[in-house]
Design a protein around this ligand. Structure first.
Ligand SMILES: [Fe+2]
Ligand SMILES: [Fe+2]
Length: 254
């Protein structure tokens, strides 16, 4: 089994626009909201796993945590570079500041390390689910090639380290209710925060007043290509199974 390590990426956003996922307006807003939300979230994951590594003795797992931290730190840094593209059309500073405040001062400050870990593991299950969905070969057909590069690279690394947070949680505390309640909180946070961010962006660019926005939203949740509702529900159900364990897909395999 190869080690988990960060991979380098080069891209040039000088010609990129905020409407870059031409095939579906709603996916464009989802992926733009992720550019804004990933950095603070991934820094939270890094802090949580860093703290957890001090409490465990399993050297193989400690090495995997190092790989995870290397990958997630780079994701946070690279997604921030897209903010300059988004700033051409949106006021994003307050959104970013309020979200960082929420993560640092509300979530991180109030949750115990074990519960932060459970939340991290559950949110990593969400990123794995989205990564699997977007690794479909036609997903980025009509996307800006440079922003596509960032997402493809991120998808590969997410699938590569998809087991790590779950394994660390199990090592520290394998209680089922700790895991299940982490998924409940992750689900509330994931949908409310990404939903609010999509709403704010779509009010600013007035896409929310276009019929196409709702048509594309329906397509994303219930259409054949994305079918997010059914896929999402199945993946969430899996996480609640007693014997669930995520499966690593090594970087080179994709
Ligand atoms: Fe990531
Ligand atoms: Fe991740």
């Amino acid at each position: 089994m190869t080690e988990i390590k960060p991979h380098s990426i080069k891209f040039d956003l000088s010609h990129s626009e905020s409407f870059w996922y031409k095939e579906n307006l709603f996916i464009n807003q989802i992926l733009n909201s992720f550019h804004l939300l990933f950095p603070a979230t991934e820094n939270f994951f890094v802090d949580t796993l860093k703290e957890s590594s001090k409490k465990i003795n399993n050297q193989n797992l400690i090495n995997e945590i190092k790989g995870f931290i290397g990958q997630e730190t780079k994701h946070a840094n690279e997604h921030q570079k897209v903010w300059e593209v988004l700033k051409k059309d949106y006021k994003i500073d307050r959104l970013i500041e309020s979200f960082s405040f929420f993560v640092k001062k509300i979530i991180q400050k109030n949750l115990s390390l074990e519960y932060s870990l459970s939340l991290t593991s559950a949110l990593e299950h969400y990123t794995t689910m989205l990564a699997k969905l977007a690794s479909n070969e036609n997903f980025f057909d009509k996307a800006d090639p440079e922003i596509k590069k960032i997402y493809i690279w991120h998808i590969k690394e997410e699938l590569d380290h998809s087991e790590v947070a779950f394994k660390v949680l199990n090592e520290m505390n394998s209680d089922y209710f700790l895991r299940a309640s982490g998924m409940c909180l992750a689900t509330i946070l994931f949908f409310s925060i990404s939903g609010t961010t999509i709403f704010v962006l779509s009010v600013q660019d007035k896409k929310i007043f276009q019929m196409e926005f709702y048509k594309d939203m329906f397509e994303v949740f219930f259409g054949k290509k994305y079918n997010l509702f059914e896929n999402g529900l199945n993946e969430i159900k899996k996480y609640f199974e007693i014997g669930f364990h995520p499966k690593r897909v090594q970087y080179q395999e994709i």
